[in-house]
Design a binder for this molecule. Structure first.
Ligand code: PBG
Length: 337
């Protein structure tokens, strides 16, 4: 709270435009800035060699085979992007009701993690902990007869999935499933197995959002999900206090960093979380936000680079320490000049 003595004197003693007149002083007094080190690049990886498959609803984004991913990882290092977030596209034949492929130590994700840590050791690797790329029904957990996602059984599988990723050498595991108690279960499993350095970035306030559509196209869970939704585990978009409870629980259970998702429509949540907890706080500018800006830019309705940079800066202003964004490479290239 600023006291009244800090209120500026009225016009004409105060002329706020004075500081905006020249570029030098706009730069001098700018409160927030974006740098490449704030960015995390999400990527989609699939089996095969020499295989690049564009995601139609995400212009500029493709599913890549490992050999095609390595140069992208190298470019991240060259541009100063600290972390790559891996999302697997799993062959339909491997998808089951219980998503057991998620626990396969020789599955796509652990193989890609091992290769990236071997070939691009300077880059931080983050893996998604959730079952939706692996389940035949596209939900993030296992179902009971009524179609309800069973919490505690799902958490056991998630803990095993996180262990498989940690054993493959991943730096950060990021549970995006919104089951209750999963951070605690994953933290104890990691400790028991000796992975005391594995970081957990918790998708703590993840909303049941309509902005995830293009991502579900990309990983191929949309058709499997059909008309079903994720409202019994992801948060209701009307809620804000609940986000603080979720963040509090995840921190108490052992999260190192927390996340709010989606991003742009939820900047108020980012600010509340940062103000209340003062912990490393991230936001995910999700696939639908990316698609929306890309579509408007492609039509010539918005200036691509300008809205990209403005939208990313807005996360910093809202209090985020970093942003997961499909724009990460483009933005880092622009920042490098
Ligand atoms: C699922 C997951 C989703 C995203 C990341 N992890 C989609 C969902 O919850 O259905 C969405 C990311 C995006 O839209 O870019 N565990």
């Amino acid at each position: 709270m600023s006291s009244s003595s800090h209120l500026p004197p009225p016009y004409p003693a105060s002329r706020p435009r004075r500081l905006r007149r020249h570029a030098f002083s706009r730069e001098l007094v700018r409160e927030n800035a974006l740098s490449a080190s704030d960015l995390i690049l999400p990527v989609f990886v699939h089996e095969g060699v020499d295989k690049t498959e564009p995601v139609l609803s995400m212009p500029g984004v493709s599913r890549l085979s490992l050999d095609r991913l390595i140069p992208v990882a190298e470019e991240c290092v060259a541009l100063g992007i600290p972390v790559l977030a891996l999302f697997p596209v799993i062959d339909a034949a491997l998808k089951t009701a219980d998503g057991r492929e998620a626990m396969n130590p020789d599955g796509l994700v652990p193989r890609v993690v091992r290769a990236l840590k071997d070939k691009v050791p300077g880059l931080g690797i983050l893996t998604d902990v959730a079952l939706d790329p692996f389940t035949s029904h596209g939900q993030d957990g296992v179902l009971d007869d009524s179609g309800y996602i069973i919490n505690d059984r799902t958490v056991e599988i998630l803990a095993e999935q996180a262990l498989v990723q940690a054993r493959a050498g991943v730096d950060i595991v990021a549970p995006s499933d919104m089951m209750d108690g999963r951070i605690g279960a994953i933290r104890s499993a990691l400790e028991r197995d000796g992975h005391i350095h594995t970081q957990i970035m918790a998708y703590s306030a993840k909303y049941a959002s309509a902005f995830y559509g293009p991502f579900r196209d990309a990983v191929g869970s949309k058709a499997n999900l059909g008309k079903a939704d994720k409202k019994t585990y992801q948060m209701d978009p009307g809620n804000s206090d609940e986000a603080l409870r979720e963040v509090g629980l995840d921190l108490a259970e052992g999260a190192d960093m927390v996340m709010v998702k989606p991003g742009m429509p939820y900047l108020d949540i980012v600010r509340r979380v940062k103000d209340q907890f003062r912990v490393p706080t991230f936001a995910y500018q999700v696939s639908g936000e990316y698609a929306m800006l890309k579509a408007a830019a492609a039509n010539g309705w918005l200036d691509h680079d300008a809205v990209m940079m403005e939208s990313l800066l807005a996360f910093k202003r809202a209090g985020a320490d970093g942003v997961l964004s499909y724009f990460a490479l483009d933005a880092a290239r622009l920042l490098k000049g």
